[in-house]
Design a protein. Structure first.
Ligand code: HEM
Length: 413
């Protein structure tokens, strides 16, 4: 039996058996008809049995915005993924906190992505991108995920933190173990390894902090945190320090990496859009937003009901898990015209839910857009075609929507 046959039929399976937490739907890129059916027939859908326990699925654009905007009823505590996190080290991450604590912590690190700081980082980021692209082979097959997307995000993370460049793989490793325990999205990082890794991360960053002086002409994330009065003493609060560092590492890692791969795939699947781009590279900024919508690098965020509430005619009970499927909202035709199509010159390209809404709306959205814009500006100056040679290998996860491998061949200008 091939893998696709193992999935239930999206059209005839009884509604109560449609389980969109099944990570195979994303690994096999088979999710579209399931969400289409839920949006049409049962947009706020109760799934009584799943490996992650019972949960509600919110699948329409407007309903996702409503849930995401109502933190009083739909809390981010204790965690923001379907799987319940068995926490072994009390890290404080503001993505899994409600106001007012969330707001205080977010306010403290927000300056690192203020427009002026982004402008200062642009040259550094462009230098790294150029170096990676100039070292790629022309006319030979290679894996874009490994040579470009992973390499680029790892280098960018090292650049953003001004982390010792020869040890930069550690950043990717810490990012992977932070989210890699089995309970979160079916990963296989064991308890001891995770504890040891997170301790190493804390120690390494504490040492970096102590060696740095927050000088006015340094624009790395650590120096920026040191210069801001709200975070100047962050290192004295180790769990908050570690939590904020990890959030910046994790937040900017898989998401940008998979958008860097998704863009290549989307352009290959839509050659007319690639032609538009070649004719007018000025479309890059709007294309970047469209890539982020089309890819939806984080398929969902979860909330937990703080009280019994009626929502769209459904009785949600206190303590129930409520999952906002951004991937579905971004394909909701009632909110986005021709939502299943990839169109790089949309009138309103930032109208999507990939970055969430409300108090938790992605803090790094402008940084992510800048990184991807620079990548495509430099790609278009070098290559007439990044040709996809085979179907991508996709990640098996209901949270991170991404790629393990994508074989490509470059054509010179
Ligand atoms: C295409 C790339 C990215 C996508 C799709 C993305 C997506 C998201 C989403 C969906 C959320 C939660 C929103 C919500 O609950 O309403 C979020 C939060 C967050 N993201 Fe991103 N992200 C990306 C890049 C980045 C980058 C580069 C950074 C690095 C600075 C970052 C840092 C954060 C942080 C700190 C939060 C927590 C915000 C809060 O809880 O207030 N993200 N992101």
């Amino acid at each position: 039996m091939n893998k696709a046959e193992q999935l239930p039929d999206p059209l005839t399976t009884p509604l109560d058996q449609i389980d969109v937490s099944d990570a195979r739907l994303y690994e096999q890129d088979a999710w579209r008809p399931y969400f289409e059916r839920l949006r049409k027939e049962d947009p706020v859908h109760y799934q009584a049995h799943s490996p992650f326990g019972p949960f509600w699925s919110v699948t329409r654009f407007e309903d996702i915005v409503a849930v995401d905007s109502n933190f009083e009823v739909f809390s981010s505590e204790p965690t923001i993924v379907i799987g319940d996190l068995v926490e072994d080290i009390p890290i404080e991450m503001f993505i899994a906190m409600d106001p007012p604590k969330h707001d205080d912590q977010r306010r403290a690190v927000q300056p690192v992505v203020a427009p002026r700081n982004l402008a200062d980082m642009e040259t550094l980021i462009r230098d790294r991108v150029v170096e990676i692209l100039d070292n790629l082979p022309l006319g030979e097959p290679f894996d874009w995920v490994e040579r470009v997307s992973i390499n680029l995000t790892t280098q960018m993370l090292a650049t953003l933190f001004d982390f010792p460049f020869d040890q930069r793989q550690k950043l990717t490793y810490w990012s992977d173990i932070a989210t890699g325990s089995p309970e979160i999205a079916g990963g296989d990082v064991d308890h001891e390894e995770r504890m040891a890794g997170l301790n190493d991360c804390l120690q390494t960053f504490t040492q970096i902090w102590n060696e740095r002086s927050g000088g006015q002409d340094s624009f790395d994330l650590i120096s920026l945190l040191q210069r801001d009065p709200n975070t100047a003493d962050l290192v004295d609060r180790p769990m908050e320090f570690l939590g904020n560092i990890l959030l910046l590492i994790v937040g900017g890692n898989d998401t940008t990496r998979n958008s860097a791969t998704g863009g290549v795939l989307a352009l290959n699947q839509n050659p007319a859009e690639y032609d538009k781009l070649r004719a007018n590279p000025g479309l890059i900024p709007s294309m970047v937003s469209e890539i982020i919508r089309w890819q939806t690098p984080l398929a969902h965020m979860r909330r937990t009901a703080t009280r019994d509430v009626e929502f769209k005619g459904k009785q949600i009970k206190k303590g129930d898990k409520v999952v906002m499927w951004y991937l579905s909202g971004n394909h909701d035709d009632t909110a986005i015209e021709n939502a299943n199509d990839f169109i790089i010159d949309r009138a309103n390209p930032r109208h999507h839910v990939s970055f969430g809404f409300g108090v938790h709306r992605c803090m790094g959205n402008r940084l992510a857009e800048m990184q991807l814009r620079i990548l495509w500006e430099e790609v278009m100056q070098r290559f007439s075609f990044v040709e996809v040679l085979a179907e991508p290998e996709r990640v098996r996860s209901n949270f991170v929507r991404g790629y393990k491998a994508l074989q490509v061949r470059l054509h010179a200008l």
